[in-house]
Design a protein around this ligand. Sequence first.
Ligand code: NAP
Length: 248
Amino acid sequence: MDERVAIVTGAGTGIGAATARLLDEKGLTVALVARRADRLEGVAAGLERAFVLPSNLAERDEPARVVEAVLERTGRIDVLVNNAAAFELALVPDVTVEQFDDNFAVNVRAPYFLVQAALPALRASPAASIVNVSSAAAAMYRPRQTIYGLTKAALEHMTKNLAAELAPDRIRVNCVRPGPVATEIHQVVANPEERLAQLGAMVPLGRVGRPEEIARWIWNLVDRDAEWVTGVVIPVDGGRVLGPPEAV
Ligand SMILES: NC(=O)c1ccc[n+]([C@@H]2O[C@H](COP(=O)([O-])OP(=O)(O)OC[C@H]3O[C@@H](n4cnc5c(N)ncnc54)[C@H](OP(=O)(O)O)[C@@H]3O)[C@@H](O)[C@H]2O)c1
């Protein structure tokens, strides 16, 4: 069993919930973080050791408060999965400064300051691992996704910078870059089922992903067996960034 303590943000739904379940199965104690306490409680109810920490990560002092609360309860932090994200589709004339700032606060600022606050605990860990969850949008250039894509490209840059900076502390920093996955995030459009079907048709391997398929790769990077892996961005996307499937 793996006795480490993990923070998973966005753990009430989708990829974060699947990740929390897998880490719990591996023996880790998981702090489940997101805004909706009921969704976090729902996930925690099925787990052995998890506990919930409701938090709005758009607020500037929340990363430090979350870390403090986890340390108060467990005395250690070994793993941080920065998975929560704001996702809004908007054309450039419609984007407000508040929306821009809010998206950066959740997708970039909170991951950075969670790392900063957790640093002393991560330095003390025998096997520290940070995994950031990016998106194929970091490497694709599509209408309505400028802000989302920018935040995810920034997260990937941050992954590599921090991997270099924290390597002397033996803190590994990696990233998983999912393609389209069937989760609640697609509810921002009027017809999510239709959108997922359209997205699946654009994936060379012919379908959208399942949250558990992303969680598996997050685990692969958390696993002590990955102790010589840092600074990588792993696409788990059915080939999405290669472009749409073509007849051969
Ligand atoms: N599904 C896809 O197609 C896809 C593709 C590429 C990348 N991703 C990435 O995968 C990650 C997980 O997304 P998902 O697909 O699993 O979607 P999801 O089910 O909507 O999960 C996103 C989570 O983020 C949390 N969150 C959003 N704003 C927050 C805030 N201000 N403070 C705290 N938590 C917040 C949400 O919980 P609350 O609302 O309760 O706060 C939710 O649990 C995201 O980073 C996303 O960008 C997803």
